[in-house]
Design a protein around this ligand. Sequence first.
Ligand SMILES: Cc1cc2nc3c(=O)[nH]c(=O)nc-3n(C[C@H](O)[C@H](O)[C@H](O)COP(=O)(O)O)c2cc1C
Ligand SMILES: C=C(O[C@@H]1CC(C(=O)O)=C[C@@H](OP(=O)(O)O)[C@H]1O)C(=O)O
Length: 389
Amino acid sequence: MSLRYLTAGETHGPQLTAIIEGLPSNLELDFEELNFQLQRRQKGHGRGRRMQIETDTAQIVGGVRHGRTTGAPVAVVVENKDWKHWTSVMNVEPVEGSDETKRRVFRPRPGHADLNGGLKYNLRDLRNVLERSSARETAARVAVGAIARQLLGAFGVKVAGHVVSIGGVEAAAPNLPIDELIAVTEESPVRVADKEAEQKMIELIDRTKADGDTIGGVVECIITGLPVGLGSHVQWDRKLDGRIAQAVVSINAFKGVEVGIGFEAARIPGSQVHDEILYSEEKGFYRGSNRAGGFEGGMTTGEPIVVRGVMKPIPTLYKPLASVDIDTKEAFTAQVERSDACAVPAASVVMEHVVAWEVAKAFLEKFGGDSIEEMKANLDSYLSQVGAY
Ligand SMILES: Cc1cc2nc3c(=O)[nH]c(=O)nc-3n(C[C@H](O)[C@H](O)[C@H](O)COP(=O)(O)O)c2cc1C
Ligand SMILES: C=C(O[C@@H]1CC(C(=O)O)=C[C@@H](OP(=O)(O)O)[C@H]1O)C(=O)O
């Protein structure tokens, strides 16, 4: 059985819940590191007031004893502190004229899930759609991904993420060793290594917010330390780059993904796209460049994975766009809910974790095993085979 997970929970409900199935036993979990990743997702210039209310921490309520996984399903809970302000709205059926009715959502926001969800699920309070479509759910996905990241970490695999551009303001390509990239973006409010560009991004976010508008951007995730051969060319749904693309576009507001040089490959000849194959006694087979972003044939090449995702601007606008009242069918402006102006820095943390999850899943498929020790033995045996090739 392969690694899988599900999440449940509403943004203004009591908690988010995730269940992970298929983790090996004896993975030592670092709870501080897990919570650190959750807190990283809360930061970043442009976030709204909600992030001042929450202090995301993961409670592990199943599958872990004495700090180590047992092989049983791992259950994780992240509390919503904001729940206490929403208890009656979430629990009481709105009655005409009541306070709860005021929170009913009936003028759908263009760009959010409101209208499609209302029509599809036949819900006349679009809050029932909003509550689950909210990117609050990405806190659960980061908790899950942080565990996957620790699984990868047990094999020396490292994960980094950073912001490439916001609203067209581009950061210079950082080209730093992964540990430095992690350190430098950790301290940055926009998670960008280029300080000059960061200042321009901050100013742009502030101007955009003051205009009642929102802004998107591009983020990049890099994973190093992987062996050749994760994923497979033999079947469409085993191609790891394809699975990563699906995971990235599943993040709220993500509309595109690039692997390696991505769309740039359409503009230049093959001689400037493909990575030449080299060999040395010390390294074995390796590449002169990594324009493929670590993938050929849906399999890892052994070079770092480099994936980019594009996030559209946040749909909720304080200066709202045209919409229609779902009761009267009259033209109205869209409803305004408390909102972020820009969540690109936070989204880069989410992207790291959804990509880490897909890679961990492929890692487990390749090296199998019910315990970390069994996985390590399988990895060592494979590395010897590759080394002797
Ligand atoms: C970290 C993060 C925070 C977000 N914050 C908001 C927000 O405050 N307001 C909003 O309208 N959308 C926000 N979004 C985007 C919406 O959740 C998303 O646009 C919506 O679920 C519709 O899905 P789609 O854009 O993928 O089609 C956020 C997304 C992410 C990744
Ligand atoms: C709660 C989070 O993000 C939320 C995502 C979101 C949306 O519509 O996606 C709308 C906002 O919700 P609220 O109206 O409660 O402030 C964001 O704050 C989070 O990232 O943890």
